[in-house]
Design a protein around this ligand. Structure first.
Ligand code: PLP
Length: 486
């Protein structure tokens, strides 16, 4: 550490490692006086004494508190990371999920001792079915991508029950990247389906490619351009007519909660991301929860154990002979389910719809205020996110990554960049419903200033971020040889 890095005010710019701070003899807490004889440890059993630094309690508290202020999260500011729904989640849901009866319940407890928890899961399934318009739900998958894999296994099981083994599956170029990966993992060959000039799928494109050797289609709706797949009902009819199934990637349900009856559109299987839409923050390494909703004809194939009602009681049942089996030890990420359940009940049906309407309104507000300043490849009403590109700034040799880095200087987490792949230099902004108009205006103002800077002083953008603790990193080196000491 250089002297110049030492803090002289409360604004700490560097923080040594605990190992560097430690001093022999300091203690974090005092052990009570020993009232038994000391007994030498057998090093062959416990190994050598671990090397841990010696610090006082206040040193440790300050160390971690300082580190926490270097972080950025939804509790610090706007986090418009497209496709990830980084919305603010009410703290009451965290509090309820940490109640001892929820947080402390061991998964091997007998069913009669966890009736409340099983009842919560049973009801959560019913709520999710109602919100989506589907018939039955499994809460097992631990992520969106695992939900997709579950969906592919269900499609496979369905065709097998009809003595068919189709080899292909249609995946639009506006689908989430995990879609083709999940299909391939299940042994199906993803066939890329081109979206139209308006950013959505046409029934003609599906008609061209759909045949009897195709298991179905995986449609992300709203798609990764933030657009609603308006032709999905007709597309579903084409797919069904050839014996295929329609898989819906519903990770973006935040845009349409309770507003769109997915079942009636013709979707047979749909996954949700509880850790985006239903009150668990996305990112941070999990755990997540990716429930899968299906229509009646696919219910027999759902993973076991299933949560069933037996008279007054709720039980876990393995008694589903056509089931694809287990996807998770036990029955999924329970803590995430509790948060989702609390969120749904506290919002109520009207509240959920309103949240979606506001998410859509906020994204359209940003789209309208920034269009003309940043290139908008698809100029039509969007859902919960809008996608710009760096086309206007390229003349000054300013590209998407420069714009994203400069936003950090203005106190915003950058949007998702270079995704979706169908837009060159994409900047994908998802404000979410939890931002106020004032905060949206601040973000828009920052984007406008950045567009000006790109014209007048492009160097500023090339050097961004200038105000953050860590400046522009060599991203390859940062990934290959990360410096974890800060
Ligand atoms: C986030 C996302 C996924 C993947 O979800 P994970 O929980 O990260 O596996 C799939 N599809 C879409 C559209 C998403 O936004």
């Amino acid at each position: 550490m250089k002297d110049s890095d030492l803090a002289t005010t409360g604004l700490v710019r560097q923080e040594p490692l605990l190992w560097e701070k430690g001093r022999e003899g300091r203690e974090g807490f005092s052990m009570p006086r020993r009232d038994v004889d000391s007994f030498p440890m057998d090093e062959s059993l416990v190994g050598p004494k671990p090397e841990v630094p010696s610090l006082s309690e206040v040193e440790i508290v300050r160390h971690y508190t300082r580190l926490s202020t270097w972080n950025f999260g939804v509790d610090t500011g706007m986090y418009p990371l497209g496709s990830c729904t980084m919305k603010y989640n009410p703290k009451v849901n965290e509090k309820l999920a940490s109640l001892p009866g929820f947080a402390g319940a061991h998964p091997l407890l007998p069913e009669r001792m966890v009736q409340g928890n099983l009842r919560l899961m049973f009801e959560l399934e019913r709520h999710l079915a109602e919100i989506t318009g589907m018939d039955a739900v499994t809460l097992q998958p631990a992520a969106g991508a695992q939900g997709e894999l579950t969906g592919m296994l269900l499609i496979h099981a369905y065709h097998k029950s009809k003595s068919r083994t189709p080899a292909k599956i249609l995946v639009p170029d506006t689908a989430h990247g995990t879609n083709p990966a999940s299909a391939a993992l299940c042994g199906m060959r993803p066939v890329s389906l081109k979206s139209g000039d308006n950013g959505i799928l046409s029934k003609e494109a599906v008609l061209d490619l759909m045949d009897e050797d195709t298991a179905g289609i995986m449609v992300t709706n709203p798609n990764t351009l933030g657009l609603f797949e308006e032709n999905l009902k007709e597309i579903a009819e084409i797919v069904h007519a050839k014996g295929g199934l329609v898989y819906g990637d519903g990770a973006n349900m935040n845009a349409i909660m309770g507003l769109v009856d997915i079942g009636r559109i013709g979707v047979d299987i749909l996954h949700l991301n509880l850790h985006k839409t239903f009150s668990t923050p996305h990112g941070g390494g999990g755990p997540g929860s990716g429930p899968v909703c299906v229509n009646r004809s696919l219910e027999p194939f759902l993973p076991v154990p299933r949560i069933v009602e037996r008279g007054e009681e709720v039980a876990l049942s393995e008694d589903f002979p056509l089931s694809i089996g287990r996807l998770h030890g036990f029955y999924g990420s329970f803590g995430i389910m509790v948060r989702a359940y609390c969120y749904i009940l506290s919002m109520g049906a009207e509240g959920l719809k309103q949240a979606s309407r506001l998410a859509v309104l906020n994204a359209n507000y940003i789209k309208e205020r920034l269009k003309g300043i940043f290139h908008l490849p698809f100029d039509r009403p969007c859902m919960h996110e809008c996608v710009f590109s760096d086309r206007f700034q390229k003349a000054q040799k300013i590209i998407t990554v420069d714009i994203a880095k400069r936003l950090m200087d203005y106190g915003f987490h950058p949007p998702t960049i270079y995704f979706p792949l169908v837009v060159d230099g994409a900047i994908m902004i998802e404000p979410t419903e939890t931002e106020s108009k004032e905060d949206l205006d601040l973000f828009i103002e920052a984007m406008k200033i950045i567009a000006e800077e790109a014209k007048e002083n492009p160097e500023l953008l090339k050097k961004a971020p200038a105000k953050c603790k860590v400046k522009r990193l060599d991203e390859t080196l940062a990934a290959r040889r990360p410096c974890l000491a800060g």
